[in-house]
Design a protein around this ligand. Structure first.
Ligand code: KG4
Ligand code: ZN
Length: 398
């Protein structure tokens, strides 16, 4: 089975082409998945001047890059075969595509120009992020996926982006005879607990068994990644702020008492909810109270902010792990790229819950990518003819 996956939920256009010789069941038992292509185009420099992602601009940029990126991925996968004469669509096919792209005439034009000129590649299904995310951005991926489904006469599988982040954490590179990258999924034992931390989400999710989710807690206001991005902006750093905050925090002098103490919001709330808006405001007031903050002052604030967010995330996750007697903790989402958060989870779990297995995604699979959507698609396999973008798609009801 070969699958082409599309990710456009935020500001990364991700296309991957994966191959496996087995079924979804085989994959969850650890079979190999070969990566034929994994292409990523980030828009972050375009959004940087706005200090965050602008949905209509994200949509425009995805629409500009998605078809060339698909063509590029097909070339990488050795599936790009130009025809001597471009294919002519049947009236039925043309009507179906026209309907799909009725709001995107330019994308329709590029789609026809590039993809009708190619032989139908040996691909069995398309996987696409259906949500959660920015709806205008999601639609570009969904429309392109559905159009490819018509053009190549193959099914389309809707994928939940957050499930993608969970599976990204379970991937382990496999050694193969060839130089091709390949992964397998490390089987997990249930119940497991996932902490999903990204630009739009902060959620603690219990996974009682495969594919079943129960939301134990979530943020009541800003997501942790969003707080990183907003605090970075206050400190004069560029978007995306997460990596910039980490870099600045490393420059802070080592002290036992923080120069500018910040709160640990909801640390002792007794539930599994989070709140990061207050922490962000505390940074704002701290900065207002310093006349001409030096680079070192800013580094101290960045470090204290990172320490606060880390302490809350680690403490609540460990409390949930104890309460629900889980054997495994899975971290997922862009914020897992943060070194402080990765290291603190590792050291605290080793000390306090040494029997628990911790899964953290490889750094290059922490932030959004097409590969995780392809793997989630291979595992889900449920197809749909009428996928709709759902900005607030949930893994489960709370
Ligand atoms: O999962 P992701 O790529 O996109 C969403 O689904 O939202 O996560 C993006 C978020 C951004 O808020 C970004 O600042 C944050 O992940 N991020 C980080 C780091 N790298 C990315 N946050 C803290 N430290 C990092 N090193
Ligand atoms: Zn994400």
């Amino acid at each position: 089975m070969r699958i082409l996956a599309i990710e456009t939920s935020c500001d990364e256009t991700g296309i991957s082409i994966l191959e496996t010789r087995t079924t979804a069941e085989g994959i969850s038992r650890g079979a190999h998945i070969k990566v034929l292509a994994n292409e990523l185009l980030t828009q972050s420099s375009i959004h940087a001047s706005y200090g965050g992602v602008f949905p209509t601009i994200a949509r425009r940029e995805h629409a500009k890059s998605i078809v060339p990126l698909i063509a590029h991925a097909l070339t990488k996968a050795n599936l790009h075969r130009p025809l001597k004469k471009a294919r002519v669509l049947l009236p039925k096919e043309f009507r179906a595509l026209e309907k799909i792209f009725h709001k995107e005439p330019e994308l329709f034009a590029t789609f026809q120009k590039e993809l009708l000129a190619l032989k139908i590649p040996k691909i069995d299904a398309i996987a696409v992020t259906a949500g959660p995310g920015l709806e205008p951005a999601l639609w570009v991926g969904i429309n392109t996926a559905q159009a490819l489904g018509v053009l190549w006469n193959i099914p389309v599988i809707p994928v939940n982006h957050m499930e993608g982040h969970i599976v990204a954490s379970l991937l382990e590179p496999t050694k193969t005879k060839t130089s091709a990258t390949s992964y397998h999924i490390v089987p997990i034992y249930y119940p497991a607990l996932a902490l999903l931390i990204s630009g739009g989400h902060t959620e603690l999710v219990l996974i009682p068994r495969k594919g079943m989710y129960k939301i134990l807690g979530q943020t009541r206001d800003d997501a942790v990644g969003e707080a990183f991005d907003k605090v970075a902006r206050m400190l004069g750093l560029t978007y995306p702020g997460g990596p910039e905050i980490s870099k600045l925090a490393e420059k802070a002098p080592h002290t036992t008492v923080p120069r500018f103490p910040l709160p640990r919001p909801m640390l002792k709330s007794g539930d599994f909810d989070f709140s990061f808006a207050g922490l962000k405001t505390a940074v704002l007031y701290t900065l207002k109270n310093i006349i001409n903050p030096t680079e070192e002052d800013k580094a101290c604030i960045a470090k204290e902010f990172e320490d606060s967010a880390t302490e809350v995330l680690v403490t609540k996750t460990l409390a949930a792990a104890k309460k629900y007697h889980v054997g495994e903790i899975i971290l997922g989402g862009g914020v897992t790229a943060n070194k402080k958060i990765r290291d603190t989870f590792q050291s605290t779990i080793a000390k306090e819950l040494p029997n628990i297995k911790l899964f953290i995604p490889n750094r290059d699979l922490s932030t959004d990518n097409g590969l995780m959507i392809g793997i989630a698609g291979l595992l889900r396999t449920k197809t749909s003819k009428n996928i709709r973008a759902d900005g607030t798609l949930r893994l489960a009801k709370k």
